[in-house]
Structures are given as structure tokens and as C-alpha cells.
Ligand binder design. Structure first.
Ligand code: IPE
Ligand code: IPE
Ligand code: MG
Length: 235
């Protein structure tokens, strides 16, 4: 199901690699943690903009399996932000009829953060508006590894394996593949995000730093998406 704005097709599923919080902080001469805080505020705005535009699925990459390599100070600042954000997300989601999902391995987080995540997912599970998926301690390779492990534990006959079986055992099971993949801050790479799911996603990369990515930037991405000719390997 797709909606339209000014005659434009709104992608059913938008996925975002939000990048550039650190560079935004450096540009404004503030600590990196400030950049992450600003990024969090931008995210709140984009979540609401996407619901208003009629996006059905929004997936956001907020913390990778590789981000633990950062300084203890930065990781602690990010954890503190998650701690508050998952609580705030309950209100944002209930107000906007959003169903929240989490992908990634949350078992490495402090137990109060894990509880907060489970709570927002459970409280919003019957909401019928946009599905907002938050990717934390997420890595595409780790997700595929866990998916294979799950299938093996279920005793599946691997000689009969289909692509659909894999899709059904990934964290994103039930969520369609992204139509549009946005990366902010100009890096030309996917950094281990949704390796299976982005096979045919349209990519939009902007130099805008994530904390500066607001509704106008989102609309630019949707306009660019509308100019693409999606062939899926066909003619
Ligand atoms: C994105 O911003 C947020 C996370 C990866 C947690 P960065 O922190 O990667 O910002 P840059 O790339 O250093 O500018
Ligand atoms: C990708 O950003 C991960 C997230 C946005 C969560 P990074 O800043 O970690 O990626 P690299 O290091 O530039 O590839
Ligand atoms: Mg980065």
C-alpha cells in the first residue's frame, strides 16, 4: 500500500542509515554526545513526518554491532540516550498509532534498557499505523548468522531451503524489503545494514548530516526515488 504527496509515490518502506552525528558535533564545537542528542531529536521529527506522509514502514539504523568499538564514554552516552528514548517512544508511538519493532541482538544491553524495549514493543503491538523498526546492536551479518542458527534449531531440512525461509527467519520477518535506503553524511557504503533485505532497494545518499535531516530533506529523497526506474533485473 502506498500513499501520494503532490502526485509523488511515497515509498512503502524507507530505511535510514543515520550517520553524521559526530561530524555535526565537531562542526558545532560540542562533545560527540551532543551530536547524538541532536540526532535523537531529528529522529523524533522524521518519525512523525513519515507517519504524516503515509510511509507504512520506517526502519532506522541507530547502533551497529561494530559501534561497541567506540570509546567507553561515547558508548555510555549512547546507552543513556536509548534509555530515555525507549521511554519517550511509548508516548510518540501511542500518539501516532505507530507499531514499534526492534531488530538486532538486544541481549547485550543493560537489563533496564532491554525491559524498556520489550515494553514499547508490547504496548504498541496492536497499533495499525506505521511500523517503526529500530535497529540497535544490529549487524546484517549477525542477523544472518542468528537466522541460520534458528533454522537449524528448528530442525529444518536445509536441502529444501527457499529464499522465503531465510526472509521468514530474519529479525525483519513480516516486514517487506526497503524500497528506499537513505544514508546521511555522504559515506558510500552500507556498513553492515540489512544485507539481505536491501537487494533491490533504491539508494539515496546525501551529504546532509543526520541532525540536519528534516522534512524538506526527506521530501528531496522521495522526489529522487520517484525518478528511479525500478527494473528488478527485468526489462
Ligand atoms: C551516527 O553518527 C550514529 C551512530 C553510528 C551511533 P556517527 O557517530 O557515526 O557520526 P560520524 O560518522 O562520526 O560523523
Ligand atoms: C553506521 O554508521 C552505523 C549506524 C548508523 C548505526 P557508522 O558511522 O558506524 O559506519 P562507518 O564506520 O562509517 O562505516
Ligand atoms: Mg558514522
Amino acid at each position: 500500500m502506498t500513499d501520494t504527496i503532490n502526485g509523488l509515490t511515497v515509498p512503502e518502506h524507507i530505511a535510514i542509515i543515520l550517520d553524521g552525528n559526530g561530524r555535526w558535533a565537531a562542526k558545532h564545537n560540542v562533545p560527540r554526545a551532543q551530536g547524538h542528542k541532536a540526532g535523537c531529536e531529528t529522529l523524533e521529527g522524521i518519525v512523525e513526518d513519515c507517519t504524516r506522509l503515509g510511509v507504512r514502514y520506517l526502519t532506522v539504523y541507530a547502533f551497529s554491532t561494530e559501534n561497541w568499538k567506540r570509546s567507553a564514554e561515547e558508548v555510555a552516552a549512547l546507552m543513556q540516550l536509548f534509555r530515555f528514548y525507549v521511554i519517550k517512544l511509548v508516548d510518540i508511538a501511542m500518539k501516532n498509532d505507530i507499531r514499534v519493532k526492534m531488530i538486532g541482538d538486544i541481549s547485550r544491553f543493560d537489563s533496564d534498557i532491554q525491559k524498556g524495549i520489550l515494553k514499547v514493543v508490547d504496548k504498541t503491538k496492536d497499533n495499525e499505523g506505521m511500523t517503526f523498526t529500530f535497529a540497535v546492536n544490529y549487524g546484517g551479518r549477525d542477523e544472518i548468522r542468528r537466522c541460520i542458527k534458528k533454522m537449524s534449531e528448528e530442525g529444518m531440512d536445509m536441502s529444501l531451503l527457499t529464499e522465503q525461509d531465510i526472509s521468514d527467519h530474519l529479525d525483519t520477518s513480516g516486514i517487506p524489503d526497503p524500497d528506499l535506503l537513505i544514508r546521511t553524511s555522504g559515506e558510500l557504503r552500507v556498513s553492515n545494514f540489512m544485507l539481505w533485505q536491501i537487494a533491490y532497494s533504491e539508494m539515496y545518499i546525501t551529504d546532509t548530516l543526520w541532525p540536519d535531516f528534516h522534512r524538506e530533506e526527506l521530501e528531496k529523497a522521495i522526489i529522487a526515488y520517484n525518478k528511479r526506474n525500478r527494473r528488478f533485473g527485468g526489462r
